[in-house]
Design a protein around this ligand. Structure first.
Ligand code: PBG
Length: 325
């Protein structure tokens, strides 16, 4: 018998043409997977460029409806809304007032594009005068007092028309507290996407300028230590037990290990958040001519899906969808 030529296993056989490669591609990205985060500022007339995030503006509240209409026309199917507040106080109470910024931006967005999935970020750091994600006492963020406020904020957001709420403050018990508050208020169908494995990351730097929530100190007493993988899994699995409908790993690329490990342990949908610092690195490297932006963006978004994400939050959403995936 003729002995086969070495090597017998030739993985290159299926890489010989674009069509062949398409046939065996394991991961595909579609506009259905992507969520566009948006910063909306009250009391301004013109969009304000965010210097550390080239291509991202703070949108004036009074232009939000036009912006949302345009995003929907471009094919964006879901947005995450962040308010930039001019009404900050120690507790962040504007975030739960029925006519506060959270409620208003949700109403504007739903009015402009009723079919769009509108998700407000549920947190207080954009609404507190100290910039922390909850009620501060003696330098500490109070967990349980913040839970009560989160419940109020969730009810306000859903009553304004939010399709889903996304608590990002990393308070213990926040998913249970929000679920109970929503159920008691008669909103058992409102889903919760929990920022569940959220790390105390330096990659949020540009976001804090974008959302106007710079703070003294850090968030290390409530967000997870970047060095801890198992602890981050516990956080996510606990949020699942508390009734979260979607879990999230954040930031994205530096934490693909956590995403992949979580994928093996839960049947819930998982979201990955490609955060502001990841966006900035790609934009600035591309502007310097070091990388091809379009290709790198698609590679990173594909990596999130490959690692196990069903949904992706990315500041590149609109560009990727309007340019064609
Ligand atoms: C609010 C919040 C942050 C981000 C999303 N929600 C900032 C933080 O936790 O400091 C970061 C998003 C990004 O960097 O793109 N708690």
């Amino acid at each position: 018998m003729e002995v086969g030529r070495f090597p017998a296993t030739r993985l290159r056989r299926l890489r010989q043409s674009p069509a062949l490669r398409d046939l065996v591609r394991e991961t595909v990205l579609t506009p259905n997977d992507l969520i566009q985060p948006i910063f909306v500022e009250e009391g301004i007339d013109e969009p304000l460029p965010v210097a550390s995030m080239p291509g991202v503006d703070r949108i004036p509240e009074r232009r939000l409806e036009r912006e949302i209409e345009q995003l929907a026309k471009d094919g964006v199917k879901s947005v995450m809304l962040f308010g930039v507040s001019h009404h900050k106080d120690p507790a962040g109470s504007d975030a739960w007032r029925p006519d506060g910024l959270v409620a208003r931006v949700v109403r504007h967005a739903k009015r402009a594009a009723p079919e769009l999935v509108v998700i407000p970020d549920l947190c207080f750091c954009e609404y507190t005068d100290h910039g922390h994600c909850g009620v501060l006492e003696g330098g500490t963020v109070l967990n349980d007092a913040t839970l009560e406020n989160l419940g109020r904020q969730a009810v306000t957001a859903v009553e304004a028309g939010a399709d889903m709420v996304a608590p990002s403050g990393m308070m213990d018990g926040q998913v249970t507290a929000i679920r109970r508050a929503l159920d008691v208020a008669g909103h058992p169908d409102a889903p919760i996407m929990a920022y569940s494995s959220k790390f105390a990351s330096a990659f949020y730097g540009p976001f804090r300028a974008a959302a106007g929530c710079e703070l003294k100190g850090d968030r290390k007493t409530y967000q997870s230590d970047p060095m801890n993988g198992r602890e981050a899994l516990r956080e996510s699995l606990l949020d699942a037990e508390e009734g979260a409908d979607i879990l999230m790993v954040k930031p994205g690329l530096p934490y693909l290990d956590v995403l992949a490990r979580l994928r093996d342990r839960t049947l819930l949908p998982i979201a990955a958040y490609q955060v502001s610092g990841e966006y900035a690195m790609i934009r600035f490297a591309a502007a310097a001519g070091a990388i091809d932006e379009a290709q790198v963006v698609r590679e990173t978004l594909g990596a999130f899906k490959r690692a196990g994400a069903d949904l992706i939050l990315s500041y590149f959403t609109r560009t990727v969808i309007s340019e064609g995936i």
